[in-house]
Design a protein around this ligand. Structure first.
Ligand SMILES: [Zn+2]
Length: 303
């Protein structure tokens, strides 16, 4: 099984996830894509893999005493000709002191969170440091796209005070398990709505670029308004999938994550992802998938 269990205190044997870069062709021109690992998170095994019927699966997360090993927190950077785009913003070091970081949140949220996930984030994992290494200057980033509003996707927002940030209107209105107190005070994203008849299988999409080669598509289940970013390159598609699943294997085997808020929607998202990938070669990249970086470089398709 992929969810290798290690003991709760085994931080001495931390995995290391190497950043990746690759080049795709877009209307004949080369476009660079980077995968940056902005820290790691270990979650309860029942958080990653659903155990128990219906909502019992949520209780089983809290009761579970085992964590997964540390998983990556990927951020994706697309050097698109219309401007560089960042998909999700990853973590920041403040999350290491979780109790202090979430002090303004409700007791219940803190309790749930403390019993679900733990983080290791180094200063060099944060985005300003990482972007320097790929010669990307912060002011040159044009747009930040959020798949959803969980803190391991929003904690790097503070590095982008001048950028446009987009998130689905549905996610913004019906966010769940998000930590509002951790948002930057200026956070006021452009809340976008999907348009109909934009894409096969998913149908709805919000065009992120004028060329409509980057589409923001609904992939609900993890949260109600969760979205993914579909990049249609000349030869194949890339799906920056956020937390649609925790691994590619989950989609292939139909194994749901315990933490998803709507299991039926998650299953529907899996089916749509598979149906789409059957029509168009697609690389599938969830945020916490250990193999995602490698698949991007190796061009390993979902199916
Ligand atoms: Zn999430």
């Amino acid at each position: 099984m992929e969810h290798k269990v290690v003991s709760e205190n085994s931080t001495s044997r931390l995995p290391h996830y190497t950043n990746v870069s690759t080049t795709v062709r877009l209307r004949g021109k080369e476009v660079k894509i980077h995968g940056l690992c902005t820290g790691m998170v270990a979650v309860k095994t029942n958080f990653k893999t659903k155990k128990g019927f219906g909502e019992l699966a949520k209780l089983n997360i809290v009761l579970d005493r085992h964590y997964t090993h540390y998983l990556p927190i990927w951020v994706w950077v697309v050097e698109h000709p219309e401007g560089t785009i960042v998909v999700d913003t990853g973590e920041n070091t403040a999350v290491n002191a979780l109790d202090q970081y979430l002090r303004a949140e409700s007791w219940f949220l803190r309790f749930q969170f403390r019993n679900a996930a733990k983080f290791v984030v180094k200063e060099q994992d944060e985005l300003p440091y990482q972007l320097k290494h790929i010669n990307e200057r912060m002011p040159d980033i044009k747009l930040v796209v959020l798949t959803h509003l969980h803190l391991d996707h929003t904690d790097g927002l503070k590095f982008f005070p001048r950028q446009e940030v987009i998130v689905s209107d549905h996610e913004y209105r019906y966010a769940q398990n998000n930590m509002v107190s951790t948002y930057p005070v200026w956070f006021n994203p452009n809340r976008v709505r999907y348009q109909a008849n934009k894409i096969d299988i998913f149908n709805d999409a919000y065009p992120i670029t004028a060329a409509e080669d980057l589409l923001y598509i609904p992939t609900p289940g993890h949260t109600r308004g969760h979205s993914s970013v579909l990049f249609r390159t000349d030869e194949y598609d890339i799906i920056f999938a956020g937390d649609s699943s925790y691994s590619q294997e989950q989609v292939l085997t139909g194994q749901l994550a315990g933490v998803q808020v709507d299991y039926a929607k998650s299953r529907q998202t899996y089916n749509q992802l598979l149906a789409y990938a059957a029509r168009r070669k697609s690389i599938y990249l969830p945020t916490h998938d250990e193999q995602a970086g490698q698949r991007l470089v190796d061009k390993t398709f979902l199916i």
